[in-house]
Each structure stands twice: as structure tokens, then as C-alpha cells.
Design a protein around this ligand. Structure first.
Ligand code: XMP
Length: 547
């Protein structure tokens, strides 16, 4: 297919990160994913890029996200069976427009351009043209399908879609036909059947396009001929083999937090190398009610992992005594954790690898077409973020997975549902949920209140609908009356939020009856708390944790 020469190819501008191929991460050993079918997604800075990758994987086809300016050889090294170009905030005709290597159209594999991706097709291929639109089209639109074939196989004549664009295709490139239109976009979808290049102006990846899933299905199976072989079983089989090969006779150490990522990684690695993996579980005294016991009972006693338990409660509480500044608390906890972990790891003897449950969103090289915010709001301490000076190689079996995929793998490996469906819990634990100084008494109060919150939210069927739900102990005392007695006790705040990734969050509209039950039970069951408030702030401008 003849492509126009690329004009004014922009200089790539992207945040520092790790390449999906793992090249920049010198400490990370490559666990090859080896999927038999791959879609390469070229990212032009869309807010939906990861969603596109997940939509493809939901159809059991592996996908990898690469920056739009990736070299052709890099793209080819993934042996892609198809390419998807994402949306993005730029305009194709701008001097610095982000554009891919035009030879991607000569690879002979199917291409799907979404929104800006469609405009890239119109801009780079002969005969096409993109023009500025008088007005932005944003929101729901009715789309009329010209022919129920190809991308729109088995579609009705009209369906809903989600639009979010300014520019539009004004002329289709040579050999393309118009597949769909809306009342304000005469060219809403195009295709070149022989070359298998397609483009849609709308966003099939978002839920507001109800048949979006079918568009991906048609592109992947009807047009690209994939079979859908990316399954939890195939991942486990392949990764167990890879871990055995990479680790050889070496030993692996893993920091177990009880969260889904570290637990599933531990069980997977155990399957590969058994007791040559040592999991270290540090109880920092800042865990929730019964948490340490449940982790030990599940992973050490039931699943028979080689798990070292360190009770470092006294050490952490001593170091935190009188500390009220949130950042100081985080730093103290982070440093002490590393110290304790290292000391414990030394007891194991010679270890070559540190295993971590790092996920794909942490390693995707993000494209920032217009630049983006980089300032640190909170210096997160992760149980996973471990000692650099230990000079261990990193074993990260989930580097290419999304969280929901790790959950599926965990389920397949027999990790109990309680751990798989777990809401995230911060590394510094309850210390960032006790405002002000942390001590044993306050920890006891918060543990009991928090347990009531989780218990009632689970009973009401809300636990899995929420990103997080927990109690926060406020450094405020207020007057109350219990029976005939005056009380002067602590107040607690309930936090329950919806979120996709913790970056933004909405406060949850919990039913008043559930809030009522939580409040009643906390005040009745937790001596020392006489007031319960509900936090109705979203992120931004608030954060999820109070500290
Ligand atoms: P914020 O409070 O920044 O939290 O809105 C966003 C998400 O990150 C979690 N969080 C942490 N996780 N170490 C962690 O491992 C930390 O220091 C930390 N601080 C916040 C928080 O629970 C939420 O899911």
C-alpha cells in the first residue's frame, strides 16, 4: 500500500520508564511470555491505551503496548499478528504530530486505527485527508452501519457509540470504503478489505460503546485470524518452565505482603522451584485484625510455602513512637522494613533472585504527547519496593500482566478467594490511617473499627464493588452519651471509594442502612470510639488515604 512520506516526524517525548521488552531494567531477568499470538498496540498518548490492551486480552489474545515512535524492528520483534493504533490528543497535520513509521502498513498484517489512529491512516495513506472540525464531537452518538461485514459483522443497521474527537477524516485513502457514519461524521469507520486496514472514529474500547467488544472480536478473529490462546493455563505452563530455566539451581527470596500480587507470585514460583523459594513475611505491627494469622495459616500451613515469619511489631512501634508527620512515618517504615528483610534474607544463605509482583501498568513506557504531571504526592512505600543494595536480580513473572489477569492466574493456582479479591492495602499499613502518633492503643481501636467496616461491607455485598473501604482513626475526641454516662472519646471516619487504578477515585454512595449499621456497631463494639463520620471526598482533590 503506497504511503505518503512522513512529514515533520516529531521528536519522541516520553516519560522515563521501563520498556515493555524489559531492556532498560538491567536487574530484571527476562521471563519470556511466549504467547503464540500477539497484537502490538501503538500508543499515541490516549487515556484509554491500557483499556484497549485489556479488551484484546479479554478475547484471550496477548497484547503489548509500545510507544508510537517504536522502530519497525522493535515492533517486528514481537511477531505481531495485528496492530492497533490508539487515540491521542494531537492533530495529525501539526508540525510535531506524533506519527508512526509508515512502513507499518507494509507489514502485511491487519491494522485497526482508533480515533487519532484512524486519522493517522487518513494522513499517511495516499488519497486520504484529515481536517479540523468546526466543533468537537463528544459523547454518545448513533452510528449507521453501511454493511454488516468485517468489523461490523452481525451488527444491526444502527447502534450506539462513544465519540471524543475534534478532527475528522474528510477523504478516505485510495482503495478504502466507508463502513459507517453518524449524523455529524460522514466518515465514522473505514476499511480496506484486501489490505485488512480498518479505522474507527469512535472508541470501541469504552463501555459506552455497547457493541465495542464485538468490534474487537471481529477484528481479532474474523479479520486477523487469531484463535485466542492466551489463557491462564498457558501462561502458568509457560512461566513455570521459564522460571525453572532462568533460576536453575539458584535460590529466590520474596517479600510476602498477603496482597494478591505477592501471594500469587509466591504460589506460582513455588510451583516452579518449590522450597528453593523463601517467602519472608514481616509483621510490622501495622496490619489489620487477624491478618498475620490468616497469611500464615493459608500460605505456610495450607499451601505449604516455605514462609519465614518475622514478628517485628515492637521494633516498628518503637521507631514510630511520637512521630506524627505522614512522610516521616512512611520513611521510617520503609527503611525499617528493608533492614528487617535484609537481616532475615541473610539467614537463608546464598540467594540470587528477588521475586516481586510487579505488574504491567508499572512498566509500560508511557507516552506523554503534551507532557504530564510528574510531581510526587506521597512517597509510596511498597512491600515490593525492595533493597537495591542487596544486588539481587529481579524475578518478576507478572511484568506483562494486568491485575485482573493476576487474579485469574491466582484462582487457577488455588490461591484462596479471600486473597484474590482483596482490596489494596498500603505498605505502611494502619500507620497512615491513624492520624497523628501511632501506638498500640490506637492500633487496637482502629483494628476493631476497621474490622466492623469490612464485615458489614462484605455482608451487604459491596466489598467487591469497591476499590477500597476502611476506617481511619481521627486525632479528635468529642463528647457523647452512652446510657447515662458522658463519654469523651475518639472519632473515626469511614472511607469507601470506587476507582480503577487508585489514581483517581469517587466516594461510594453506600446505602444509608449500611452506613447506619457500621456506625452502630463501631460505637457499641469499640470502646473508645463514640463518633463515626463518612468521608464524601473524591480524588482529586483529596487522596484515598488520609495521610
Ligand atoms: P492515595 O492516598 O495516594 O492512594 O490516593 C492511592 C492508592 O495507593 C495506596 N497507597 C499506598 N500503597 N504504599 C503502598 O503500597 C504507600 O505508601 C501507599 N500510600 C497509598 C492507597 O491505599 C490507594 O490504593
Amino acid at each position: 500500500m503506497a504511503s505518503k512520506p512522513v512529514r515533520n516526524k516529531s521528536k519522541p517525548k516520553f516519560r522515563k520508564g521501563h520498556s515493555a521488552s524489559g531492556k532498560k531494567l538491567s536487574r530484571s531477568v527476562a521471563i519470556k511470555v511466549n504467547p503464540s499470538e500477539t497484537v502490538v498496540i501503538l500508543d499515541f498518548g490516549s487515556q484509554y491505551t491500557q483499556l484497549i490492551a485489556r479488551r484484546v486480552r479479554e478475547h484471550k489474545v496477548f497484547s503489548v503496548i509500545l510507544p508510537y515512535h517504536s522502530a519497525l524492528e522493535t515492533i517486528q520483534s514481537y511477531k505481531p499478528g495485528a496492530l492497533i493504533m490508539t487515540g491521542g490528543p494531537a492533530n495529525v497535520y501539526d508540525a510535531k504530530a506524533p506519527l508512526p513509521d509508515p512502513r507499518i502498513f507494509d507489514l502485511g498484517i491487519p491494522v485497526l486505527g482508533i480515533c487519532y489512529g484512524l486519522q493517522v491512516i487518513g494522513h499517511l495513506l495516499k488519497g486520504g485527508a484529515v481536517e479540523k472540525s468546526e466543533r468537537r464531537e463528544y459523547g454518545h452518538a448513533k452510528i449507521q452501519i453501511a454493511r454488516g461485514q468485517d468489523l461490523f459483522r452481525n451488527f444491526p443497521a444502527e447502534t450506539d457509540c462513544w465519540m471524543s474527537h475534534g478532527d475528522k477524516l474528510s477523504k478516505v485513502p485510495d482503495g478504502f470504503e466507508i463502513l459507517a457514519h453518524t449524523s455529524s461524521a460522514p466518515i465514522a469507520a473505514v476499511g480496506h478489505r484486501a489490505k485488512r486496514v480498518y479505522g474507527v472514529q469512535f472508541h470501541p474500547e469504552v463501555v459506552h460503546t455497547p457493541l465495542g467488544k464485538e468490534i474487537f472480536r471481529n477484528f481479532l478473529f474474523e479479520i486477523s485470524g487469531f484463535r485466542g490462546t492466551w489463557t491462564p493455563q498457558s501462561f502458568i505452563e509457560n512461566t513455570v518452565r521459564e522460571i525453572r530455566e532462568v533460576v536453575g539451581n539458584g535460590r529466590v527470596v520474596l517479600g510476602m505482603s498477603g496482597g494478591v500480587d505477592s501471594s500469587t507470585a509466591a504460589v506460582l514460583i513455588h510451583k516452579a522451584i518449590g522450597d528453593r523459594q523463601t517467602c519472608i513475611f514481616v509483621n510490622n505491627g501495622l496490619l489489620r485484625l487477624g491478618e498475620a494469622e490468616r497469611v500464615l495459616e493459608t500460605f505456610r500451613d495450607r499451601l505449604k510455602l516455605n514462609l519465614h515469619y518475622v514478628n517485628a511489631e515492637a521494633l516498628f512501634l518503637k521507631a514510630l513512637k511520637g512521630v506524627t508527620d505522614p512522610e516521616k512515618k512512611r520513611k521510617i517504615i520503609g527503611r525499617l522494613f528493608i533492614k528487617v528483610f535484609e537481616k532475615e534474607a541473610r539467614k537463608i544463605g546464598k540467594v540470587a533472585y528477588l521475586a516481586q509482583g510487579t505488574l504491567y501498568p508499572d512498566v509500560i513506557e508511557s507516552v506523554s504527547v503534551h507532557g504530564g504531571p510528574t510531581s510526587t504526592i506521597k512517597s509510596h512505600h511498597n512491600v515490593g519496593g525492595l533493597p537495591k543494595k542487596m544486588k539481587l536480580k529481579l524475578l518478576e513473572p507478572f511484568r506483562m500482566l494486568f491485575k485482573d489477569e493476576v487474579r485469574e492466574i491466582g484462582r487457577e493456582l488455588g490461591v484462596p478467594v479471600e486473597f484474590i479479591r482483596r482490596q489494596p492495602f498500603p505498605g505502611p499499613g494502619l500507620a497512615v490511617r491513624i492520624l497523628g502518633a501511632v501506638d498500640k492503643k490506637r492500633l487496637e481501636l482502629l483494628r476493631k473499627a476497621d474490622w466492623v467496616v469490612i464485615d458489614e461491607i462484605k455482608k451487604a455485598g459491596w466489598y467487591e464493588k469497591l476499590w477500597q473501604s476502611f476506617a481511619v482513626l481521627l486525632p479528635v475526641r468529642s463528647v457523647g452519651v452512652m446510657g447515662d454516662e458522658r463519654t469523651y472519646d475518639y472519632a473515626t471516619a469511614i472511607r469507601a471509594v470506587h476507582s480503577n487504578d487508585g489514581m483517581t477515585a469517587d466516594w461510594a454512595k453506600l446505602p444509608p442502612e449500611v452506613l447506619g449499621r457500621i456506625s452502630n456497631r463501631i460505637i457499641n463494639e469499640v470502646r473508645g470510639i463514640n463518633r463515626v463520620c463518612y468521608d464524601i471526598s473524591s480524588k482529586p482533590p483529596s487522596t484515598i488515604e488520609w495521610e
